[in-house]
Design a protein around this ligand. Structure first.
Ligand code: ADQ
Length: 483
């Protein structure tokens, strides 16, 4: 086997330019961590966009940037701000993202942004072709790069190409509304292995392939000319140890080591020992159901006024895609809802909602996870939802209740949580009451099972399973060709 090439829209490093000094700081996100076992040593290369447009990078710094990236096993694809507008903010986030999350009314079908998406995918493919040898294994990530597999396969048929989609694949009835549906399917079919988080997404994809391209699908294999393409589900896990270790360390923190947030949360707990903290953490995105969650919380307080002053909802929303109009409108809607609910219900000693609109350092995420009695995660659609898994991993004494939307991919693996339909306010309200009163023994029993599962199927296992399956598929293809 040759080298491994990983391709994603963003590189797993953040570039910092200080005068003419360049530093590449490795990201700590889930994907970067999970790929550690795959992306290590000199036989691996990660190709992607650096996060800075061509206009933002002074030309003369290019060699230094390339060197800093190379030291981290990375190589960049340069993109102009116009390309980012059409490819990323345009086709990826105004067409594919809403459509694949079933927000058909938000999906824009613009030929210009489609053309930019194609051109930028070709740039990524060219960057791979420049570096790839025939025996290399290539792993392409996510919805921004769905045309890349075919573009590479055409020129380098002997490379092994895997593709993983991090968001849902919608049902055929939704997918077929896309004007460029066949091109997208053909793009993906350049892969030898196509992975999804859940079996449902896999099923939807196979159904679209069968009905739109009329290809032969047997079980989870697609036959295309000389090739057999395997489709499978690989539910992504988290870096379990990182979260559980951080939580254990956090508990031992002496007062002088505690963060300001942890101190405040402790004061809150001591002054109101019976009050329950309910936590939700998401990127500010319409698919996450934040506005609906606030409406459901208001409904709960109206229906069960006896819980006033007995609960507090913490909403942590990370700014995201703020130059797409729908995200600006959503931000406004959430600001107003929080203001209205707090205005309506607050007393001199109690504010029902604490709302943070920012990204927080890892330590503060741990403060929140470990201090909250309940996590309330209500996405309307979510490929997986790693926050649900992170919350459970930080519960070192195994207490805590997870209320999770059945529309999140993670619900498939987290049956021991309280599963709800995010559109059913009565059900959410009942789940909140069940969570508030759930005996400790029951919490421990449920979370013990969840923790065991999450610890076993961690993100490293996810990456290794995918790679193993891709290598097996390479052997199957070679046998098929030599028959
Ligand atoms: P996301 O939509 O970003 O990912 P999610 O899976 O929940 O959603 O991951 C969010 C990550 O960001 C978590 O690891 C979380 O800890 C972190 N985070 C959230 N809020 C934060 C804050 N305020 N500050 C700092 N960090 C914060 C997409 C898909 C998901 C899929 C993942 C992985 O939409 O469905 O689970 O990819 O495939």
């Amino acid at each position: 086997m040759g080298k491994t090439i990983i391709i994603s829209n963003r590189l797993p490093v953040q570039l910092q330019i200080d005068n003419d000094e360049i530093t590449a700081i490795p990201s700590v996100g889930g994907l970067a961590t999970g790929m550690k076992s795959v992306h290590s040593g000199s036989d691996s290369l990660w190709i992607g966009w650096s996060g800075l447009t061509e206009e933002e990078i002074p030309k003369e710094l290019d060699p230094k940037i390339d060197k800093a990236l190379k030291d981290n096993g990375c190589s960049k694809v340069s993109l102009t701000s116009e390309e980012i507008d059409g490819f990323y903010y345009g086709f990826s986030n105004r067409t594919i993202w809403p459509l694949f999350h079933y927000f058909l009314e938000y999906a824009e079908f613009e030929t210009d942004s489609w053309n930019t998406y194609k051109a930028v995918n070709q740039k990524f493919a060219n960057a791979i072709l420049e570096k790839a040898d025939d025996d290399d294994v290539i792993w392409v990530h996510d919805y921004q790069l769905m045309l890349v597999p075919e573009m590479v396969k055409e020129k380098r048929p002997n490379t092994s190409i895997g593709f993983f989609l991090h968001i849902p694949f919608p049902s055929y009835e939704i997918f077929r509304t896309l004007p460029w549906r066949k091109e997208i399917l053909r793009g993906l079919l350049g892969s030898d292995l196509i992975g999804f988080h859940t079996y449902d997404y896999e099923r939807h994809f196979l159904s679209s392939v069968r009905r739109l391209l009329g290809l032969e699908v047997s079980f989870n294999e697609i036959h295309l000319e000389e090739r057999v393409i395997k489709v499978d589900s690989f539910p992504m896990g988290i870096d379990y140890k990182k979260f559980s270790d951080a939580a254990s360390k956090h508990e031992k923190n002496t007062a002088d080591k505690q963060s300001e947030l942890q101190r405040r949360l402790n004061i809150h707990k001591e002054s109101t020992p019976d009050a329950k903290l309910i936590l939700s953490i998401d990127r500010l995105d319409y698919s996450k159901g934040i506005a609906k969650r606030l409406n459901a919380f208001e409904y709960f307080l109206n229906k069960h006024p006896e819980y006033k002053e007995k609960v507090r909802l913490i909403i942590l929303a990370v700014p995201s895609r703020s130059n797409v109009p729908q995200y600006q409108l959503l931000k406004k809607e959430i600001d107003e809802l929080v203001g209205r609910i707090n205005g309506e219900f607050a007393t001199v000693s109690w504010t029902p909602i604490w709302y943070f609109y920012r990204s927080m350092p890892f330590e503060n995420l741990i403060d929140l996870y470990t201090s909250s009695d309940i996590a309330l995660l209500t996405p309307i659609r979510d490929g997986m939802n790693l926050v649900a898994k992170e919350y459970i991993a930080t519960r070192t004494d195994k207490t805590g209740v997870l209320i999770l939307s059945e529309m999140a991919g993670s619900a498939n693996e987290m049956n021991e949580s309280l599963l709800i339909n995010p559109n059913n306010f009565d059900q959410i309200s009942d789940a909140l009451i069940q969570a508030i009163h759930m005996p400790k023994e029951e919490q421990i029993a449920r979370n013990s099972i969840l923790q065991k599962r999450l610890e076993r199927y961690n993100v490293e296992k996810w990456a290794n399973d995918f790679m193993k399956s891709l290598l097996e598929q390479r052997e199957t293809t070679q046998k098929f060709i030599s028959k």
